[in-house]
Design a protein around this ligand. Structure first.
Ligand SMILES: Nc1ncnc2c1ncn2[C@@H]1O[C@H](COP(=O)(O)OP(=O)(O)OP(=O)(O)O)[C@@H](O)[C@H]1O
Length: 223
């Protein structure tokens, strides 16, 4: 089974094509990087993979299932761009943020219970974030806030993790640590990773076995 199989994808906004004949295959446990210029369609591709928008032509299969058939996206973890994290204006703690992703288990009253906090605590500890468990996320540095977002994505034990420019605006050392953390998820936990990034230079010095594609004129081209 492939983690992701995208075939001949076509998508346009208001009849202006963004993705044209876009193809991608990601094996289980692969670390895939997508680069590309501003406005080349990387975020659009991610939105299609998360089922937020629908392709006009072509197909997307994730973990052997057509995207249209997904009712729950628990198997697919998502880490958004850092500026989305910064927009968390209310003082939600790391523990609260991470437990939020268990909302499908919350029951009739949609608030986390003891067992949800327990699971969140375990993930936070596993990711070496225990020191910040009760820290409001909007008080964390960029790198730590993104690690908190990874904890949130990881709590449902996804088999695929999609990251959209997760380290923009993060300092150099935190970036390195962040990429190494993501690499461990791929190598030790066999989680397939798709990461959109502009930071290829920073990644090239790290010991990461990755496949890189560039979005060019609406298609992914292997680098
Ligand atoms: N909701 C929308 N309605 C109309 N056009 C859009 C919409 N979202 C994106 N676009 C356009 O589609 C193109 C692709 O945008 P997209 O955000 O996917 O690119 P990107 O590669 O992620 O860019 P960046 O690196 O700047 O984040 C751009 O020309 C953008 O202006």
């Amino acid at each position: 089974m492939k983690a992701v199989s995208i075939k001949n994808l076509y998508f346009a906004y208001n009849e202006i094509p963004v993705l044209k004949n876009c193809n991608l295959e990601v094996g289980m446990g692969d670390f895939t990087i997508i680069i590309g210029g501003n406005g080349s369609g990387k975020s659009t591709l991610i939105k299609l993979m998360l089922g937020e928008i629908k392709a006009l032509k072509g197909s997307i299969e994730i973990l052997g299932k057509r995207i249209e058939d997904y009712k729950s996206f628990r198997d697919i973890g998502y880490v958004p761009q850092i500026n989305i994290v910064n927009k968390i204006a209310f003082p939600i703690t790391c523990l609260e943020l991470v437990s939020l992703n268990l909302y499908e288990d919350f029951g009739f009253i949609k608030i986390p219970k003891k067992e949800h906090y327990k699971k969140a605590r375990e993930i936070i500890e596993k990711m070496g974030m225990e020191k910040y468990i009760n820290t409001p996320v909007n008080e964390l540095s960029g790198g730590l806030a993104q690690r908190a977002m990874i904890c949130k994505a990881m709590i449902n034990e996804p088999k695929l993790l999609i990251l959209d420019e997760p380290t923009a605006g993060v300092d150099k050392d935190s970036k390195k640590h962040f990429f190494e953390t993501v690499n461990i998820l791929s190598t030790k936990f066999n989680i397939s990773i798709i990461m959109v990034t502009h930071e290829l230079k920073e990644m090239e010095n790290l010991d990461i076995d990755m496949k890189t594609y560039e979005m060019i004129e609406g298609s992914l081209v292997k680098c």
